[in-house]
Every structure is written in structure tokens, then in C-alpha cells.
Design a protein around this ligand. Structure first.
Ligand code: UP5
Ligand code: MG
Length: 206
């Protein structure tokens, strides 16, 4: 981490950044759809998982071992680590002029949801990808043949599914009760899912 924020106050002026949370089970297609939105809609895409993997690989990181263990076990890295990485990444892009962010794979636990909205920005809404477990399993096992990801194996995938249901779905339900979730089915070809994503964003004025 290049810098650590000791303040709980948001470094962003109110309403100056717009954040969409992108949630869905492991392998639902969050990263795939975000990449398309970056190309066509000019969002900045920040995957919490990618930021954690980069921090894990960074020489001298004091969180490397902790992150590696959590990722392999499909558990959630303590929010202080992920929140600091996200805040830093958003700030870097904001200073370059970006104001629209897709935050992918975060928040996946209630404490993270509350802290992010208090310390960084209130999300515009959550884009939630619905996908049957057997479809996600097949996608991840296929990707695991070449991805090199430590969690693309059947044992880790089962743990990730359990964490998703027990810990992350309550976050989606919490936002849903506030009318702040847009759901998209994603067990269809990529372009068909993307058409639904565009339709969903249109409904929200994007
Ligand atoms: N694919 C995608 N869409 C397809 C489609 N429509 N049809 C056919 N194939 C499709 O896609 C997965 C695979 O499916 C790819 O091969 C793709 O080509 C294909 P991808 O877009 O990568 O799906 P995604 O939902 O992004 O899957 P990912 O594996 O990244 O999801 P996870 O949520 O499990 O992973 P993430 O990187 O977010 O988190 C990993 C771990 O980090 C977590 O388990 C946790 O331990 C830790 N973490 C935290 O602790 N805190 C955080 O805040 C975030 C992560
Ligand atoms: Mg991903």
C-alpha cells in the first residue's frame, strides 16, 4: 500500500464521485461485464480481489500472508486492508480526473458496506449478477485450467460459495430492502448479459 489513511472522513467532496457496486457469486461474470462497461461507458473498474492479489504480490507487504490465506480459504480479508486499498485506488484515479467507478466484488460483508458508505461515498446502486451455482462452478473450473488463481480449485470454490451465501448475500439483501439493487441474470452468453446490463443501467439513468 502506497499510503494509509488514518482518517475515517471521506477525502472526496460530497457528490463528486459516483460509485456502482458490482456484486454476484464467484465466477458470475463481474469482471467480464465490468471490462465491457469500461470500454463503452468510461467507468473506472476497481476489482477488490485484483487489488488484494496485487497487494499480496507486492514486495514488503505486511498483509501478503494474511491475504493469501483468506483467498485460498474463500474468507473475507479484514475490511481495514481492503478499504484502504480501494480508497487509495479511487483517490489516484480521482486525481487524474475520473469520477465514475465500478467497485467489483466489494462490499462482501456488512461491516465493509457500512464503512465504505461512511468513509468514501454512498453508492449510486448495486448491480447484482444472479447465476446458478453449477454454472459458476463450471466457469471457474474451466478458468482454473489456465488462470493460476490459488482459489480456482474445487475445494476453494466450495468455500467461496459458502462465504458468498452466508456473508455476502446479506449485503445484497440489505441494499435490496432500500430499493438500491438492480439484478441481472448472467447464465447467458456474455453479449446477452451485457445487453441486460445496459438496460439495467439505463433504468438508473446511466
Ligand atoms: N465467463 C464470464 N461470463 C461468462 C458468460 N456470460 N458466459 C460464459 N462464460 C463466462 O468470469 C469467470 C469466468 O467465467 C471467466 O473465465 C469468464 O471468461 C467466464 P469473471 O468475469 O472473472 O467472473 P467474476 O464474477 O469476476 O469471478 P471471480 O472469480 O473474480 O469472483 P470472486 O468474487 O470469487 O473473486 P474476487 O477476485 O472478487 O475475490 C477473490 C477473493 O478475494 C475472495 O474469495 C476473498 O477471499 C477475497 N476478497 C476479500 O477478502 N474482500 C473483498 O472485498 C474482495 C475479495
Ligand atoms: Mg472477478
Amino acid at each position: 500500500m502506497a499510503a494509509v489513511f488514518y482518517t475515517n472522513k471521506s477525502p472526496f467532496p460530497e457528490n463528486k464521485i459516483s460509485v456502482v457496486f458490482v456484486l454476484g457469486g464467484p465466477g458470475a461474470g463481474k469482471g467480464t461485464q465490468c471490462a465491457k462497461l469500461v470500454q463503452q461507458k468510461g467507468f473506472v473498474h476497481l476489482s477488490a480481489g485484483d487489488l488484494l492479489r496485487a497487494e499480496q504480490a507486492r514486495e514488503g507487504s505486511k498483509y501478503g500472508e494474511l491475504i493469501a490465506t483468506c483467498i485460498k480459504d474463500g474468507t473475507i480479508v479484514p475490511q481495514e486492508v481492503t478499504l484502504a486499498l480501494l480508497k487509495q485506488a479511487i483517490l489516484e484515479q480521482f486525481q487524474k480526473g475520473s469520477t465514475r467507478f465500478l467497485v467489483d466484488g466489494f462490499p462482501r460483508k456488512m461491516d465493509q458496506a457500512l464503512s465504505f458508505e461512511e468513509q468514501i461515498a454512498k453508492s449510486a446502486f448495486t448491480l447484482f449478477f444472479e447465476c446458478p451455482e453449477q454454472v459458476m462452478l463450471a466457469r471457474l473450473l474451466e478458468r482454473g485450467k489456465t488462470s493460476g488463481r490459488a482459489d480456482d480449485n474445487v475445494e476453494s470454490i466450495r468455500k467461496r460459495f459458502k462465504t458468498f451465501i452466508d456473508t455476502s448475500m446479506p449485503v445484497v439483501d440489505y441494499f435490496d430492502k432500500q430499493g438500491r439493487v438492480v439484478k441481472v441474470r448472467c447464465d447467458h452468453p456474455v453479449d446477452q448479459v451485457y445487453a441486460s446490463v445496459l438496460e439495467a443501467l439505463k433504468q438508473r439513468g446511466i
